[in-house]
Design a protein around this ligand. Structure first.
Ligand SMILES: [Zn+2]
Length: 78
């Protein structure tokens, strides 16, 4: 019985540590994605906007695939 409980506690601790590591890594990757999008927004000329064929679909740049809203947020203000 004690062996099983110890095993359970050990596994739960391991799961918890793994989950925290996952959360930190995922946050780092999300930040990197954000930086790439910021760069894209600033290097693309955004010449042509298109939208998907469904209601309320957002306009997005045909070249960099960023939405108009994202471009507005990411472009450096002078
Ligand atoms: Zn673009």
């Amino acid at each position: 019985m004690k062996e099983l409980l110890d095993k359970q506690i050990e596994l739960e601790g391991e799961e918890s540590r793994l989950y925290k590591t996952y959360q930190v890594e995922a946050a780092n990757i999300r930040n990197e994605i954000l930086l790439v999008k910021q760069k894209l927004a600033n290097v693309c000329e955004h010449k042509e906007f298109v939208r998907e064929n469904y209601i309320y679909s957002e306009l997005y740049c045909k070249t960099c695939l960023l939405t108009r809203g994202a471009i507005t947020r990411f472009i450096r203000k002078p």
